[in-house]
Design a protein around this ligand. Structure first.
Ligand code: ATP
Length: 289
């Protein structure tokens, strides 16, 4: 019984910060891409009105601070819902990794509770509510390949990326997103990623061009403090990756391969290095297909 939802993680095929709003939010220009690494959430209605979450992971909170509880409470308040929900969360997306795991779970909660509680909102309305809880949640509701602008709420769906093999590796370090943005603010960004060029290469299906352009303005900041990021990238490049990059504010690294065998070798080499306890051999995905 209940509703089961998959919540897919994302990588950034480009990330630029182009300014800052008066309220402190950063203005971004990013290309978002879902990958086939997902959390599974089961939503079961309860009659007593309570909202709870259970999870086998000790890395995510199991109280009201969990984003899925915040989504449930927001919907209850906004739409006068008296029913409750028990949410079971099987966490596979690395936590605090730059993969929007919490936002993906929140998006899954919007989709499931909209149905479970019969609220009947369309995607646009769900996104309007979602941006109040997190700038990446609207993208996670829409999914696939998308250009994300503003603080993350202005979304343009793009053509699916050409298929490729992907190694995703998260080193065992904790990076504070707040610290990364603070460092970025105090430094002068000399080279901005060519987000329009990346978009054009996706639209024309040119994987080699896309890999030559992918860039993340936050990578320089995080990599300068955590050398393990560069070390993992080197291993992946030595094994034939077309490119190796950081996603979000890090510390997760991903590498793109046009050859599945090389990707497998790269994956094995990272595992053997013991530099990234959470390591995946995966692919990009569009959950809407
Ligand atoms: P982003 O890429 O959007 O910056 P992230 O991948 O860096 O996100 P998350 O995995 O979303 O980071 O987790 C950030 C923090 O949010 C965690 O430290 C955790 O305490 C909290 N959190 C709340 N709810 C969740 C959830 N459902 N899943 C993961 N983390 C959650």
């Amino acid at each position: 019984m209940g509703i089961t939802e998959k919540a897919y993680g994302k990588i950034n095929l480009g990330l630029d910060v182009i300014g800052r709003r008066d309220d402190g939010y950063h203005l971004v220009k990013m290309i978002m891409q879902n990958v086939d690494i997902y959390d599974t959430l089961v939503f079961e209605e309860t009659d007593d009105g309570s909202v709870s979450v259970v999870s086998g992971s000790d890395k995510v909170p199991c109280d009201e601070s969990n984003l899925v509880c915040r989504v449930a409470n927001q919907l209850k308040e906004n739409f006068g819902i008296t029913k409750g929900v028990k949410i079971s969360l099987d966490k596979k997306i690395p936590v605090a990794a730059g993969m929007a795991g919490g936002s993906a779970d929140a998006a899954a909660a919007y989709r499931a509770l909209n149905e479970l509680w019969g609220i009947g909102l369309d995607e646009k309305k769900l996104c309007e509510l979602a941006v109040k809880l997190g700038a990446d949640i609207p993208y996670c509701i829409v999914g696939g390949t998308a250009l994300s602008e503003g603080i993350g709420e202005e979304l343009t769906t793009l053509k699916d990326v050409p298929d490729f093999s992907l190694v995703v590796a998260k080193p065992d370090i904790d990076v504070s997103t707040g610290w990364v943005y603070k460092e970025l603010d105090s430094s002068k960004v000399e080279v901005h990623p060519d987000i329009d060029g990346i978009r054009a290469s996706i639209e024309s299906g040119d994987l080699t061009k896309m890999c030559s352009l992918i860039d993340n303005v936050l990578e320089k900041v995080t990599r300068s403090k955590y050398s393990v990021i560069g070390e993992i990238e080197q291993i992946l490049l030595q094994n034939g990756a077309l490119g190796a990059y950081m996603t979000g504010s890090g510390p997760t690294v991903f590498a793109i391969f046009d050859d599945a065998t090389k990707a497998e070798e790269g994956y094995r080499a990272v595992r053997e290095s013991n530099l990234a306890p959470e390591c995946f051999l995966t692919r990009p995905i569009n959950p809407n297909r």
